[in-house]
Design a binder for this molecule. Structure first.
Ligand code: G6P
Length: 607
């Protein structure tokens, strides 16, 4: 949540900061601001609402200067007003701060600072940071920052400027992402690489507890004792086009369309000579037999990917698998020990609840394997083993290619386990490998097979509530289909295990209901047909999601979304595609802000 950015060099900072914020807006978009140093003076502009308000304000203001910091906010403490927007400025106007994270002990620090005579303008937790800097500053910024962060509890990625050092930026990090971009005669920092990629592909990943001093020609990194740390410069592998819309109206549509490619990039490196081969898992092979269960943990869509993974792993490996919401797992007293393999799934690699659940399970002895999209993210660093999805940067808040590639990894992981546990016969293994190879094509076909989606979406867009029902993997897909729909179109929608309907939910079904019935598990098709009849009898309109060539479905369903046939264990991947498109076109029909749905943020770094 919240995006931060900084620049120091020989060009005007404001346009660079605003461009960086534009690329980070998916992290939070309820207010934004920038601060720029000029002639030992700091000028700030802030605006509530989406970034465009700040851009308009900036065009009428004088914010010239070659060094500055910026912030786009997802409000936690204090409403999204101009005053609560970052950067926050010290009482003596010498320091400005942007912050991503939460200062948990801010109330106590605030009282202490008020007692010392500081006055607060905002209701934010962040403002304590800037007053602490003023309090501790005796001419040495590094010392003041080290002292300041030593007082902070919680999580932070901080960007700081000081009017005494007009071309310098200081950063500090604990538990929130921060990357430094290394240029020539100019340097940057940002919450993630999307804001840097148009300027440089050379980056330094800051670790927790590290602080940095960034000047146009130099990046220095220190620990909390002020000792210098030698950092390596890494190269970002993707290019600027991946972070731009490329002619599509929305990032979400672009990312839906990119799914065949994202799948191919995720599958290809992990299958060699007809075998699943995860390079990073070689050391796991020797103790694979020691695991008595697998726990999968994640949030949001990544949790839904985990729900699919559970069916596949249990089926192929005959190992008990639980899929747990990270926000629940972290506060339970879970039965987890050294015989547990924890699989944490996260697109961003920064989700606070997932991180906390991982730590909790690690403390109880679990081995942690993570499935992550963002290289160098917190989750990847905390894990014993990491498998990357190669979906490329995902900008739309509602995940699509991130989710689908997570399932691809889980499918391959299930095969890898089954093979290493000697539990799978050769024929099934070979068949599944060749089916996995064809998944990118099947997703492309799922994109092509449903030209009627736009008109269908038009018809369904005025529904006030939409139910999703399914069984087995179809049910897991329904969870994601329903979430996609509600998060971008704001239509009330829930998913149910089809067999559960009659235990309560069917009371809600009448002739105004639309029921999406996912029916791609052939072995359960007759059961689904019974459920479809049950809701039809009560007047519901049924939109089925069914395999192509399944003609029986047309007898009961009012409309059908078509999914290319594949092995039932793998079908979630093509099956979600028409549901993503369905949600997208409904949201478009309703005039929603598809890439930036209200109240949401892409990377949820707070509890
Ligand atoms: C947010 C996003 C979701 C995502 C979830 C988990 O809620 O809007 O799309 O599924 O966080 O994020 P992660 O980065 O851990 O996959």
């Amino acid at each position: 949540m919240c995006g931060i950015v900084g620049f120091t060099g020989s060009e005007q900072a404001a346009p660079i900061l605003l461009d960086g914020l534009k690329r980070l807006e998916y992290r939070g978009y309820d207010s934004a601001g920038i601060a720029v140093t000029n002639d030992n003076q700091i000028n700030t502009i802030k605006a509530s609402g989406q970034l465009v308000n700040l851009i308009n304000k900036a065009s009428d203001s004088d914010v010239s200067g070659l060094c500055g910091i910026g912030h786009t906010r997802w409000a936690t403490h204090g409403a999204p007003t101009d005053t609560n927007a970052h950067p926050h400025i010290s009482n003596d106007r010498m320091f400005a701060v942007v912050h991503n994270g939460i200062i948990e002990n801010y109330a106590e620090l605030r009282d202490e600072l008020i007692e010392k005579g500081y006055h607060f303008d905002s209701e934010t937790d962040t403002e304590v940071v800037v007053h602490l800097l003023e309090y501790y500053y005796k001419g040495n910024m590094r010392k003041a920052l080290i002292k300041t962060v030593s007082k902070l509890e919680g999580s932070y990625a901080l960007g700081v400027i000081c009017s005494d050092f007009p071309d310098e930026i200081y950063t500090a990090k604990l538990g929130s992402p921060l990357i430094i971009g290394v240029g020539v005669g100019e340097n940057f920092f940002a919450s993630d690489a999307t804001a840097l990629i148009s300027h440089t592909k050379n980056v330094i990943y800051l670790e927790d507890g590290e602080i940095s001093r960034i000047t146009p020609d130099k990046v220095e990194v220190f620990d909390c004792t002020s000792a210098t740390i030698n950092k390596t410069v890494s190269r970002i592998v993707w290019n600027i086009e991946s972070a731009e819309k490329g002619g599509y109206e929305h990032f979400m549509l672009k990312e839906i369309m990119e799914q065949p490619k994202a799948l191919e990039s995720t599958i290809k490196p992990n299958i060699r000579d007809g075998k699943v081969n995860f390079d990073g898992l070689n050391d796991l092979k020797s103790n694979i037999k020691d695991f008595t269960k697998i726990v999968i943990t994640a949030c949001g869509s990544a949790y839904h990917a985990g729900c699919v993974g559970r069916y596949v792993i249990e089926e192929l490996c005959r190992l008990p698998v639980q899929t747990e919401l990270a926000s629940e797992l972290r506060y339970r007293n879970p039965i987890i020990d050294e015989h547990t393999l924890l699989i944490a799934i996260s697109q961003s690699g920064e989700t606070a609840d997932t991180i906390a659940a991982m730590k909790e399970c690690k403390n109880r002895g679990a081995t942690v394997l993570s499935i992550v999209n963002v290289v160098g993210s917190t989750i990847s660093k905390l894990s014993d083993f990491v498998i990357y999805t190669w979906a490329g940067p995902e900008i739309a808040v509602a995940t699509t290619k991130g989710y689908i590639t997570q399932i691809a990894i889980l499918d391959m992981l299930a095969l890898w386990f089954a093979d290493n546990l000697n539990l799978i016969d050769e024929k099934l293994y070979t068949d599944l490998i060749s089916d996995i190879h064809t998944l990118p094509e099947r997703v492309q076909r799922a994109l092509d097979l449903n030209p009627h989606i736009t008109s269908l979406a038009k018809k369904c867009s005025s529904n006030n509530s939409i139910f999703f029902i399914g069984r087995n993997i179809d049910y897991a897909v329904c969870m994601e289909g329903s979430l996609k729909l509600k998060e971008i179109s704001y239509i009330q929608s829930e998913s149910y295990a089809a067999g559960e309907l009659k235990h309560g939910t069917i009371a809600l079904i009448d002739d105004s209901s639309l029921v999406v019935a996912a029916s791609c598990q052939e072995q359960l098709f007759d059961k689904m047909m019974s459920n479809i009849k049950e809701v039809k009898t009560r007047g519901a309109n049924v939109l089925a999601v069914a395999l192509e060539h399944n003609s029986r479905i047309y007898k009961e369903a009012d409309n059908v979304l078509v999914v290319p046939s594949t092995n039932p264990l793998l079908v979630a991947i093509p099956e979600i595609v028409p549901l993503q498109l369905f949600s997208y076109y409904i949201a478009k029909e309703r005039g929603c802000d598809i890439d930036k749905p209200k109240n949401l943020a892409k990377s949820v770094t707070v509890e």
